[in-house]
Design a protein around this ligand. Structure first.
Ligand code: FAD
Length: 516
């Protein structure tokens, strides 16, 4: 299609524009729009596209105030439209204020450096200089004064006011203000270090630093490992009663008493449970696959690889591993080029009653429980399963670094019931799976792509309010995984992340509670 032939796909956080939808997207929008006009044949544009995608992921939370879009002017269909927007070269990035009119051609977004940091700051400059009408979802970005704070809680229904003290050149206050605009019960404002009365009143000596201010006039310092944007974002999101707009806060006691068919199983949120892995196997092998009467061709190859990876690396109870092994050898012995699910099911259920081989029936979600029956569960179990398998392949020294990821890719592609999940996953695999050349980079690839999915769907309807989608693991789970660059940008410490994943998903860390 025209959209996927360009440099961006539906899996990026970029609104894909074309001749057909450009008007409805840019005219009279309640959010400001940043639009890249590019040509897919232009080498500069190709080189720039990863930066633009990264920018889109980076300011994803700002969408209601300012959204990111792109249009391929190299596509003949769009060339006339691009001329109307007075595009003279590629790539050109333009800012369209909210409620732009049909004849608006936008203003060029001139960044001194075309990296995420430079671009993000220009976006803020344009937002701050926005004329009336101001994008309704955009909070005030100018510094707050004592007088405004005094009446703040009378005019704003929030529980927390976070004040970020900083010098005039710092962007952190405005960044965090925008990062939290989709959350309720919290407001963020910047205070300049030159505001003597507030600086003195709170006794602020470090810039930047963040304080929580309460209606009573009390205040406390927000404790973070680094005084930087991402660390404030993680910490503020975790404050009591802070939830995404439109999502009611969930109280755990409600779950105990609600009518979900099963009792809630208390669990440790920072551990992996064998019950989830076995439940994922049950659901995948007995429910998802059962949708096929006959499995053949590429789908059969995908199933073979999936079961062979399970037989090799699933760190399960001996009976489960035995069953996976017998399932695998049965599959390897099939030469007809197709199998019936019924025959497969007989082996799976061990109807021959071979000793010490069984996969327990039914699901028993523990770490993958959701606050409602339609949240979490099977997809959570599948992610967990494949993280465990990439780690296990590394421990046992598998020979092909892509063995597990290819098995996952093909299983998801052929069988995973969530079809748009499968499509997004395939896009990511196509895009970057070739970068994986060691068993360790396979672990890291899956971790980082899982975080991309978390970024893309944070705040979506499918998100369990009790388990918000965050960039994982958060600092409180792995402090050393997080660091900052000289410019204050958040950076993952990849070595630390790897050693965290290797131990978190290791077979010796898997808890066996709630197994039958
Ligand atoms: P999950 O994202 O399922 O994660 C399970 C657990 O893994 C978490 O509780 C956490 O402990 C841990 N974890 C979280 N992040 C990471 C990480 N980066 N690395 C390692 N461990 C981590 N849903 C959509 O709406 N759109 C999609 O496009 C989509 N694509 C998907 C693709 C695949 C391959 C799969 C398996 C699922 C996909 N889903 C998609 C479902 C979605 O990703 C979640 O699985 C689902 O919303 C349940 O979320 P959860 O809160 O249980 O956490």
């Amino acid at each position: 299609s025209a959209a996927s032939a360009g440099l961006y796909t539906a899996s990026d956080q970029v609104v894909l524009l074309s001749r057909r939808n450009v008007g409805s997207a840019l005219v009279n929008s309640s959010a400001a729009m940043v639009v890249e006009f590019y040509a897919s044949w232009c080498g500069h544009c190709v080189a720039f596209s990863p930066v633009y995608k990264k920018l889109a992921r980076d300011i994803k939370e700002w969408k209601p105030a300012v959204n990111i879009a792109a249009i391929d002017c190299g596509n003949e269909e769009n060339s006339k439209v691009c001329m109307e927007y007075e595009i003279r070269g590629y790539p050109t990035i333009k800012f369209f204020p909210a409620y732009s009119e049909a004849d608006s051609t936008g203003v060029s977004l001139r960044a001194s450096s075309r990296d995420v940091l430079g671009l993000r700051r220009r976006v803020i400059d344009h937002l701050e200089g926005h004329k009336e009408p101001w994008p309704p979802a955009c909070p005030p970005l100018e510094p707050i004064s004592q007088a405004e704070i005094d009446v703040f809680f009378e005019t704003n229904s929030v529980q927390h006011l976070a004040l970020i003290f900083e010098d005039v050149k710092s962007y952190i206050g405005r960044e965090v203000t925008l990062d939290l605009l989709q959350f309720e019960n919290i407001a963020v404002r910047r205070v300049l270090n030159t505001d003597q009365s507030l600086v003195t009143k709170l006794g602020v000596t470090e810039f930047p630093s963040c304080y929580l201010y309460y209606p009573s006039g009390n205040f406390t310092r927000l404790m973070v490992n680094y005084e930087a944007r991402t660390f404030y974002f993680y910490a503020l999101q975790r404050l009591p009663a802070v939830v995404r707009s439109g999502k009611p806060p969930v109280v755990l006691t409600e779950i105990h008493t609600n009518r979900t068919e099963e009792p809630w199983r208390p669990f440790n949120r920072s551990r992996v449970y064998m019950a989830d892995l076995e439940s994922a196997l049950h659901y995948s092998l007995r429910v998802e696959l059962a949708a096929r009467e006959v499995i053949e061709g590429d789908a059969l190859n995908a199933l073979n690889k999936y079961v062979s990876v399970l037989a090799k690396y699933f760190p399960g109870r001996p009976t489960v591993v035995n069953l996976l092994k017998s399932l695998n050898s049965w599959l390897q012995n099939q030469t007809a080029g197709q199998i019936s699910y019924e025959a497969f099911k007989k082996v799976l259920d061990n109807t021959a009653q071979a000793p010490n081989a069984a996969l327990p029936e039914g699901v028993r979600w523990v770490g993958c429980q959701g606050s409602q029956p339609h949240f979490r569960r099977y997809p959570c179990g599948m992610w967990t399963l494949f993280h465990v398998l990439t780690v296990q392949a590394n421990v046992t020294g598998g020979s092909d670094p892509l063995e597990v990821l290819n098995a996952m890719r093909n299983y998801i592609h052929h069988f995973f019931g969530c079809r748009y999940c499968a499509e997004h996953f395939e896009n990511m695999a196509k895009d970057s799976l070739e970068l994986v050349y060691t068993l360790e980079s396979a672990i890291m690839w899956l971790w980082s792509r899982h975080n991309r999915v978390n970024n893309r769907i944070a705040g979506a309807l499918s998100e369990d309010p009790l388990f918000p989608k965050i960039q994982w693991p958060p600092p409180e789970m792995c402090p050393f995984c997080h660091t900052v660059s000289k410019s204050g940008e958040h950076k993952w410490n990849n070595e630390q992340v790897l050693s965290f994943l290797v131990s978190y998903f290791d077979s010796s860390s898997i808890l066996t509670d709630y197994l039958e």
